[in-house]
Design a protein around this ligand. Structure first.
Ligand code: NI
Length: 155
C-alpha cells in the first residue's frame, strides 16, 4: 500500500494560479495529483544527470536519405552499440525525408554519448533525445547484467 503523507505549502498567489492553470490543462483532478507529476518529472530529470543512472532513451531523428553515406554511418554506429539499442523504427515521411526513432537502454552517460555521436552526423536535419530513469524498474538489474555479459571472456 502506498504510504501517503500530507504537508502544508506556502507559495505566492500568482504562482498558485499558474499551477492551477497547469493542472487544468493537464487534466489533473486536484493539486496533489499535479504536484506529484511535477515532482516525479523533476526528480527524474535530476537522476539522469548522473552518468551511472540506469536509463531508457528515445532518440528521434529526421534526415534526407539522399545525403551521401548517411544511412551507412547510421547503421554502423547502431551496430557498434547493439547492446544498448532495443529497437529502431524507420518511417519514410515523403520522397526525400525519413523519420527514425531509436530506443535505448543503458547508463545515462553512455546513452548520451551514443545520442550525441548519432545526432552530430552530417545530414541529420533534426534530432531530439529524451532520457528517463529506470533505476526504480527491474530494468536496472538487466542493464547491470548486460554490462557483465559484454566484458571479454578473458577478463
Ligand atoms: Ni526512409
Amino acid at each position: 500500500m502506498i504510504n501517503l503523507v500530507r504537508f502544508g505549502v506556502s507559495i505566492e498567489a500568482d504562482l498558485l494560479r499558474g499551477f492551477d492553470r497547469f493542472n487544468r490543462q493537464k487534466g489533473f483532478v486536484n493539486r496533489s495529483q499535479g504536484l506529484r507529476d511535477v515532482l516525479r518529472s523533476l526528480l527524474d530529470e535530476d537522476r539522469v544527470q548522473d552518468d551511472s543512472t540506469a536509463s531508457l532513451g528515445v532518440l528521434t531523428l529526421v534526415y534526407d536519405h539522399h545525403k551521401r553515406d548517411l544511412e551507412d554511418r547510421l547503421t554502423t554506429i547502431q551496430h557498434d552499440h547493439h547492446h544498448s539499442i532495443i529497437t529502431t523504427t524507420h518511417v519514410h515521411i515523403d520522397h526525400d525525408n525519413c523519420l527514425e526513432v531509436i530506443l535505448l537502454r543503458g547508463r545515462a552517460g553512455a546513452l548520451r554519448k551514443i545520442a550525441s555521436d548519432i545526432s552530430s552526423l552530417k545530414g541529420i536535419q533534426h534530432s531530439k533525445f529524451q532520457l528517463t530513469s529506470a533505476e526504480h524498474m527491474c530494468l536496472r538489474s538487466r542493464i547491470s547484467s548486460a554490462r557483465r555479459i559484454s566484458r571479454p571472456a578473458s577478463a
